[in-house]
Design a protein around this ligand. Structure first.
Ligand code: COA
Length: 161
């Protein structure tokens, strides 16, 4: 069963999705590594990634959403809610930690739908702000997040030592 003119059905991921979400996550890391080797994965990361994903599924302050069509996962979005430092007025904020749409399914609104679903989950929990870290060289990501109303907050600087 698919929705949104056959763009796929968005739903919460569960333990049966672990291997397929792990495959998307590896594809996401390879995509990032193509612009910066910092994002390269260790060899054979599948089991470790599935452990991390399973922990996310158990965490009540985190969620993974997937888009499925005809049994295939077309994309996923992970989100979590964090506590702000106790000296700040803000108590909790959200972060979208991972977002990936299969390369053959892009520019059809799937990324937007996944993020909107994740943000609805955040808002349902009374959280009013969401962050995302997007690499400076990830031009499609930069365009994507800005088109969804995300704006500059801070730069993450680094220095090789
Ligand atoms: C970023 C990503 C998730 C976007 O998914 P998508 O399903 O293609 O995005 P959508 O179709 O919902 O696009 C929504 C809007 O974002 C903007 N956008 C998306 N991709 C874009 C691109 N390559 N160039 C310019 N703008 C883009 C457009 O404004 C688009 O609206 P439009 O198509 O009506 O013009 C997808 O390109 C992807 O998986 N990239 C590789 C992984 C990645 O970079 N993830 C983000 C990490 S922070």
């Amino acid at each position: 069963m698919a929705t949104e003119t056959d763009g796929g059905q968005i739903r919460r991921a569960d333990s049966r999705d672990l291997d397929r979400v792990a495959a998307l996550w590896i594809a996401l890391s390879e995509h990032h590594a193509s612009s910066d080797p910092l994002f390269r994965l260790r060899s054979d990361p599948d089991a470790e990634i599935q452990c991390l994903l399973a922990a996310t599924l158990r965490d009540p302050e985190a969620a993974i959403f997937v888009c499925e069509r005809d049994g295939a996962l077309l994309g996923f979005c992970s989100v979590r809610i964090d506590r702000a430092p106790p000296i700040q007025l803000e108590v909790r904020r959200a972060e979208i930690t991972d977002l990936m749409v299969d390369a053959t399914e892009r520019r059809r609104g799937l990324g937007r739908r996944l993020v909107e679903r994740a943000l609805a989950w955040v808002v349902e929990r009374g959280v009013e702000r969401c962050e995302v870290r997007v690499a400076s060289l990830n031009h499609e990501g930069q365009h994507f997040w800005r088109s969804l109303g995300f704006g500059d907050l801070m730069d993450v600087l680094q220095r090789r030592l």
